[in-house]
Write a protein that binds this ligand. Structure first.
Ligand code: SF4
Length: 425
């Protein structure tokens, strides 16, 4: 799910400036369709028009099984829905304004790597045919380690994909089992080797504070990240969401959560280890080697507009946020009947939009310059939320350095609890 205001949750659609792999072949489907609804030259469609924007998120809802902690919009073992899903993407593509070249694309889930190779090729073609791509496009596809084969990577690379986000979660067998993950540490190592050999940028998703996990075990995972050759990592503290299997286990006293103090130590250990190794901690949950920040997610945090297709996917244009229906079958029924898949739509008033922009900017470690903010939004953060900002500075959750406001180490530990007051809640 591509919710930029989401808290630190496992397996979020991360979603770096990633260096595109060089030496792309001449991808099939690169040639643009001429005329018709698929043509990039066609005007923005009337009625159900999406756009314009320079980023695209596509939600692929397939999963082999539901992990005990996951509350995302997914369907389990329903790969037979793939043809309908591709037809629905095609319909959403025809509603999407293709006027601006895409600078970032993110195929998230769910598990995009669960699509058949032919289905994935179809989706890659749809995107190439609908949009012009900017020369340095960052194009990410999420994958589970067990699905990564040299042939699959070749297909992606041939169409211009530049980056793989691998749902590793842990390098340790026992922790993977506790998290309901099916892959083995050997499959992770093989997948990493294959992605790097294919010349693609590699991002890893890891979870800390899984039930019963110790600081030592987490440090072993961090060692593996540093040794892996990956250029980017997203680290999420396990949160237990209502409606998940972990939620009911906890209610029955059968799941031991890691104490808060220890969770904080794990997060700080990650910040220290990665920073000492030269990685940049650039957003609450995200770290990159220099030059490899995720540009797609930076677009969310910098409040840029984005298209989105698929069940549960959220798009944003000029202060209007729309979220598609999260049920895959309802989404398919609506779209394939030519009806809007929008489930929630919200027009943010100018003040709400500014407040969200402030929170999103504060999630990044570069923070916010009050002058630049006022230049873009017409009001300074002080005029908008001066009382809360002053209090957070006084209490040490924010620091003011070189003319910018940003989260302190203390603020990083509790950032989710700070946003309510800034959003006006
Ligand atoms: S693989 Fe990812 S999206 Fe699918 S159920 Fe597990 S955590 Fe959720």
């Amino acid at each position: 799910m591509n919710d930029p205001l989401a808290s630190q949750r496992p397996h979020l659609p991360d979603r770096s400036p990633g260096t595109p792999a060089s030496g792309r072949g001449n991808p099939p489907g690169r040639e643009r369709a001429s005329g018709g609804e698929d043509s990039p030259a066609s005007p923005c469609p009337a009625g159900l028009a999406y756009g314009p924007a320079r980023s695209l998120y596509v939600h692929v809802p397939f999963c082999r099984r539901r992990c005990g902690y996951c509350d995302f919009a997914v369907v389990v073992s329903r790969e037979e829905l793939e043809p309908q899903l591709l037809a629905a993407y095609q319909q959403e593509a025809s509603w999407t304004c293709p006027d601006q070249p895409l600078e970032t694309i993110y195929l998230g889930g769910g598990t995009p790597s669960r699509m058949s190779p032919a289905g994935m090729e179809h989706l890659l073609q749809q995107i190439r045919r609908r949009f012009e791509l900017a020369p340095a496009v960052e194009w990410t596809v999420e994958a589970n380690p067990e699905d990564v084969t040299p042939e699959w990577l070749r297909l992606l690379r041939d169409y211009g994909v530049t980056r793989i986000s691998l749902g590793v979660q842990s390098f340790q067998r026992e922790k993977l089992r506790r998290l309901d993950r099916e892959h083995e540490p050997e499959q992770i190592r093989r997948a990493i080797e294959r992605v790097l050999r294919a010349g693609l940028v590699l991002s890893l998703d890891l979870i800390f504070a899984s039930p019963g996990e110790t600081l030592r075990q987490w440090q072993a995972d961090l060692d593996q990240v540093l040794a892996s050759g990956a250029q980017h990592v997203s680290l999420y503290g396990l949160t237990i969401e209502r409606g998940t299997r972990f939620w009911s286990l906890r209610r029955r006293g059968r799941l031991a959560e890691v104490p808060e103090q220890q969770q904080a130590e794990m997060y700080l250990a990650a910040i220290d280890r990665l920073s000492q190794a030269g990685w940049e901690h650039y957003e609450v949950s995200n770290f990159a080697r220099p030059g490899f920040r995720c540009r797609h997610n930076l677009g969310y945090w910098h409040c840029r507009d984005y298209h989105a297709w698929g069940p549960g996917a959220a798009r944003h244009y000029q202060g209007v946020r729309q979220t598609n229906h999260p049920s895959t079958t309802t989404y398919l029924r609506r779209v394939l009947a030519g009806r809007s898949p929008v489930w929630q739509s919200e027009r943010l008033d100018p003040e709400q939009r500014m407040r969200e922009a402030l929170v999103l900017a504060l999630r990044t470690l570069e923070g916010v310059s009050p002058e630049e903010f006022a230049y873009r939004w017409g009001r300074s953060p002080w005029q908008l939320a001066g009382e809360a900002l002053g209090r957070y500075l006084e209490e040490g959750y924010l620091v003011e350095q070189q003319g910018r406001l940003r989260l302190s180490r203390r603020g990083l530990l509790v950032s989710d609890s700070l946003w309510g007051a800034l959003l006006g809640g």
